[in-house]
Design a protein around this ligand. Structure first.
Ligand code: ZN
Length: 112
């Protein structure tokens, strides 16, 4: 993917992807969109997220990325899957029971 990190607002040929691009552009950087047939797949990097430990509120150390799948988007009536790449962190707070945690999207509920 050569356009990683760039917004592709309105530049795809897929109307569903375009809708989601416009809706999510504030918190997501769309990196790709495809239509395998049964559903539309949108891939994105998160640009607005909460990077603090959910247990102790400490700011952790970046470790790697995880891919989170958001489904049943309320935007369109067609099956759509949204893959969001989120950073994962290691909590360094002494005594915190959390070792690793992933950033939470500002626009989606946790663990959904
Ligand atoms: Zn912690």
């Amino acid at each position: 993917m050569t356009n990683k990190g760039l917004l592709l607002v309105g530049s795809t040929s897929n109307v569903i992807a375009d809708t989601i691009c416009r809706t999510a552009e504030l918190v997501l950087a769309i990196t790709g969109a495809s239509d395998p047939g049964e559903y539309t797949l949108i891939e994105a990097d998160a640009t607005a997220y909460i990077d603090r430990c959910p247990t102790c509120d400490n700011t952790g150390i970046f470790r790697d990325h995880v891919l989170r799948t958001l489904m049943n988007l309320p935007i369109v009536e067609f099956p759509t899957r949204l893959h969001v790449r989120l950073p994962r962190y290691r909590c360094t707070m002494r005594g915190c029971r959390v070792k690793f945690y992933q950033a939470q999207l500002a626009c989606a509920e946790a663990n959904k």
